[in-house]
Design a protein around this ligand. Structure first.
Ligand code: ADP
Ligand code: ZN
Length: 731
């Protein structure tokens, strides 16, 4: 057989597995042969593991000992472009190929045959007898919509035995049904007409459609103030892509945003797209993974990890809210999904649309340099106007102790309540109070495992560490001096702000949106939909409220502490504050009623606060870009963070020092090395953290030098090292 990429039975092939072996291993092709990219099961030592046929074998292994692939799985092979993507991304982020493969095969039961299997869904009936266990099952089903669970998964999620579920089936409260595994998704119809576009929208859509018709790779920054109709525009690009028979992917930063988005897609194309995020059941994940490869799903909406789905023919990737920090994966393999989307698209002749009201400086600079095309939507769609922005100078307000809403802001909120409109108060701090201090001895309660103060969460009635997540009950006595009843909350979190709002506006209906107050993504989604429909008068939120939600009744946004993000020395502090404030303000006045955003600040003359209020975004980016260029920092220079951690501080430091001593490979490319130094967060979960920072020229071959440098030393046991290319966080 001479089909391209096909290996006949007995041929020498290289198979990549997700095991930490370091490189693909040689095997013999099985009976019937196999294609490059095929998912296979291979023997590895005494085990059978999942692998992918990576190409021709190297032949550097004893041929007489060579083992044979056990079987080829019934799933579409990974395309050449997908394999190239995993290789290139691994090289870029210095992530081993085996780890890359694990990212790309994160779906359960890939080796299982297709066919029918039993799924459990919520039924109509109410069980005669309700127990705690039964209630848990029904709650899990309620939170996950209609898709259904396999028995074992449902039992595990609800923390019950299979018999509890069977009992509910008998009573009709749960339905058990045979469902085909991995059915294709309903067809979206790209020929249906969309909304009638405004003039600038139509021009933008025409440009994107033309780029897609061109067939090659390209990236476009779609920049437009919140509410300018960007979503409507990029859905036109999706339509063009689907009409050409190719697949499209839309990445969203926040799964709570998917509900509203799915409804819009359904209205536009008359069917729902595939969804990929942590709220999906195992059965749904497996189905989507397989359909991406088989071409049985045209459009996928998902979180950053959807980028690793094995699309058969990906023609478009939209990264909505491209500036959002949650695109950066900060654990395990460290990568920025926005940048990797561009890499992936360049390898499969796809178009990328980066949509944002407040692009990252990286993207803005790429657009200025002509690397990305740029389309701007200048005004809000229809009658909606951008909110007016003003500062409230806290130095001039008579503020009572333990109160955070200034008299001016109180008056503005009251005016909205009187008019039957919504007001939002924004404070980017979870919990009740960021610090708990003993008034007898001044001790601040900290985490035992981390270099962090414990945050009081009154809703949970516990103190919580925001580094490691550990909680403990609020003590009666100070752990340092033993004084009883002297512990006191200092500073506000959203829960404390809610207390103040309830006191000041007792008749108002209050909604608090903070990621930790909701048991599940679906519950948060439901709360957001309720608010959009008018179920609350005052909304209090952390940064989850800043992200793209559409609240038509909202006309006032009050920022409790606009100075919060400006403290600290992060190189992106100004950029982040600017983006966050503009995004939050953008929630107001989205429908016909004009909105106002008020920023409480102690430094109304700070250049960043002034830029936010002036609303001259181009000017802000230009100034910020100049500053970064002068300092040689990203995006004008390149950085890599090295984070070492281990239980013993001295050993971690010694290893860091040893690395610094061998920096010759870095010197050769003209890079500078800083550290080792204790990380700003010096301890997490009992592990001490030490950082090194490498700075290099934009054009320097950084990855190769890093690989050579780090390859000189073997990591001692108990130590961990991670490399963060283009770091976003320096903690
Ligand atoms: P963005 O993504 O830029 O924040 P959206 O696409 O969400 O903006 O549009 C803001 C609002 O305006 C939405 O409610 C949307 O349905 C509406 N809208 C946008 N374009 C149109 C249009 N051409 N016709 C009717 N409504 C539109
Ligand atoms: Zn901790």
């Amino acid at each position: 057989m001479d089909e391209p990429g096909h290996f006949a039975q007995g041929a020498l092939v290289a198979v990549l597995t997700a095991e930490p072996v370091g490189r693909p291993l040689d095997y013999r092709a099985p009976e019937g042969g196999c294609f490059a990219g095929a998912l296979v099961e291979v023997p590895l030592g005494p085990r059978r593991v999942l692998g992918v046929v990576w190409g021709t074998g190297k032949g550097d292994y004893d041929l007489t000992k060579l083992r044979t692939i056990i079987r080829v799985l019934d799933a579409a092979p990974l395309s050449g472009a997908m394999r190239a993507f995993l290789v290139r991304m691994g090289e870029y982020t210095l992530t081993p190929l085996s780890v890359m493969l694990r990212l790309a095969t994160r779906a359960p039961g890939l080796g299982d045959p297709p066919g029918m299997r039993k799924l459990f869904r919520a039924g109509e009936a109410v069980p005669e007898r309700m127990t705690d266990a039964r209630a848990r099952v029904l709650r899990v089903l309620g939170e996950h919509g209609g898709a259904g669970f396999a028995l074992a998964e449902l039992a595990a999620l609800a923390g019950v035995g299979a018999s509890v579920i069977k009992g509910l089936v008998a009573s009709g409260a749960v339905i058990e049904a045979e469902s085909p595994r991995d059915a294709p998704f309903a067809r979206l119809d790209p020929a249906l007409p969309g909304l009638v576009l405004a003039e600038d929208q139509a021009a933008a859509a025409a440009k994107l459609r033309a780029a897609l018709r061109g067939g090659g790779y390209g990236t476009t920054l779609l920049q437009g103030v919140t509410g300018s109709g960007k979503t409507e525009v990029y859905l036109e690009a999706v339509a063009e892509c689907l009409a050409a028979g190719r697949q499209a992917l839309v990445l969203l930063p926040e799964i709570a945003l998917t509900g509203a988005f799915l409804a819009r897609v359904e209205a536009r194309f008359a069917a729902r797209p595939g969804e990929w995020h942590s709220g999906q059941t195992q059965a749904e994940r497996r189905r989507l993974w397989r359909m991406a490869g088989a071409g049985g799903v045209q459009l996928v909406v998902g979180a950053r990890s959807a980028l690793f789905l094995p699309f058969r023919d990906l023609g478009l990737i939209v990264v909505d809210e491209e500036h959002d920090q949650s695109y950066k994966q900060e654990e395990g393999a460290l990568y920025n999904a926005r940048d990797m989307a561009v890499l992936r698209a360049s390898l499969c002749d796809a178009q990328v649309v980066l949509a944002s009201a407040t692009p990252s400086l990286e993207t803005w600079v790429n657009a200025e340099a002509g690397k990305y095309a740029r389309i701007a939507l200048a005004s809000r769609f229809g009658v909606a106007e951008l909110p007016e922005m003003r500062a409230i100078d806290l130095r001039a307000e008579a503020q009572e102790a333990g109160r955070w809403i200034s008299p001016t802001l109180v008056g503005e909120v009251q005016a909205r309540l009187d008019a039957g409109e919504q007001a939002m108060l924004f404070l980017n701090r979870r919990g009740y109070a960021p610090v708990t201090v003993c008034r007898a001895c001044g001790h601040q309660i900290g985490c035992r495992h981390c270099d962090a103060r414990l945050v009081e969460h009154r809703f949970l009635k516990r103190l919580m560490c925001h580094q490691c997540g550990e909680t403990e009950p609020l003590p009666e006595a100070c752990p340092a001096c033993g004084a009883v009843g002297r512990l006191s909350a200092v500073g506000p979190g959203v829960e404390r702000l809610a207390e103040e709002v309830a006191e000041r506006f007792p008749a108002a209906r209050l909604a608090v949106l903070s990621s930790d107050l909701f048991g599940s993504a679906r519950a948060l989604k439901a709360a957001i939909e309720g608010i959009a429909a008018g179920s609350a008068d005052i909304i209090i939120g952390t940064q989850i409220v800043a992200k793209g939600h559409n609240f038509p009744l909202l006309t006032l946004v009050g920022v409790i502490d606009a100075d919060l993000g400006l403290q600290g020395s992060d190189l992106r502090a100004a950029e982040r504050t600017f983006q966050l404030m503009r995004q939050v303000a953008g929630r107001a006045g989205r429908a016909g009623r004009p909105g106002v955003a008020l920023l409480q600040t102690h430094q109304p003359d700070h250049p960043v606060i002034r830029a936010i209020l002036a609303g001259d975004e181009e000017e802000f980016w230009r100034a910020e870009a100049e500053g970064r260029r002068a300092a040689g920092v990203p995006p004008f220079g390149r950085m890599a963070g090295i984070i070492l951690s281990g239980p013993d501080l001295a050993r971690v430091f010694d290893f860091g020092t040893e690395l610094a001593r061998r920096a010759a490979p870095l010197k050769r490319i003209g890079a500078e090395l800083y550290g080792p130094a204790a990380a700003p967060i010096a301890r997490v979960r009992g592990r001490h953290r030490v950082r090194l920072l490498v700075k290099a020229d934009r054009a320097a071959p950084l990855q190769a030098a890093l690989a050579e440098w780090l390859g000189q030393l073997k990591l001692p046991g108990q130590l961990r090292l991670s490399v963060d290319i283009d770091p976003q966080s320096f903690l």
